[in-house]
Design a protein. Structure first.
Length: 186
């Protein structure tokens, strides 16, 4: 969605009027203001999917972040469903990342667009609620790691469903991808 600077100003002013007058409508002025101030305009189409907006692609970063959050949802859920023995096996095989794996976010200094998109998805659009309340700032570069993990996860994702959960072997493969190839033991 493209909105000119003038249109942003008009929308923000209308949102403030909505709030001041106590208008109880379907459009949430706080959400609209958040989408504009955080430059997450694509989120307006997501939130108000019933409005026939012009057809447009979501930014590539949105797809990336959705894929990363989806992957981590699968990883965390699968880990919780493992038996104690399987957790011990994963801890050893995917060390040091196999012990209670959690999505820690993106680098707040260098990956702010990723971090902001993730925060908007979780906090404003209420997607991936399992990540609610997390900081999303892991304080170190992570996007390359997430891409390596996604490369392992995508083929596994295609086999999931119909009652097939992720196995400890699937989790091991995905979590081992955290380690950069140049630092892996042969």
């Amino acid at each position: 969605m493209k909105i000119s600077d003038g249109e942003k100003l008009i929308i923000l002013m209308l949102s403030e009027l909505y709030e001041k007058l106590g208008v109880d409508g379907e459009i949430e002025p706080d959400f609209i203001k958040s989408a504009i101030f955080s430059d997450q305009l694509w989120g307006i189409k997501w939130k108000y999917s019933g409005i026939p907006f012009e057809e447009s692609e979501d930014p590539q970063i949105v797809k990336e972040v959705v894929d990363i959050l989806d992957m981590w949802s699968f990883v965390e859920r699968a880990y919780e469903e493992l038996s104690s023995e399987e957790k011990s096996h994963l801890k050893e095989e995917a060390a040091p990342f196999g012990d209670d794996p959690k999505f820690r976010g993106f680098d707040g200094n260098n990956e702010t667009e990723y971090m902001g998109t993730a925060m908007f998805l979780v906090n404003e659009l209420e997607r991936f609620q399992e990540f609610q309340g997390r900081s999303f700032n892991c304080h170190s570069p992570s996007i390359d790691m997430h891409h390596r993990m996604l490369a392992e996860f995508e083929p596994i994702r295609r086999t999931l469903g119909h009652g097939r959960p992720m196995s400890v072997e699937d989790l091991t493969k995905i979590l081992k991808a955290i380690v950069h190839p140049s630092r892996r033991e042969s």
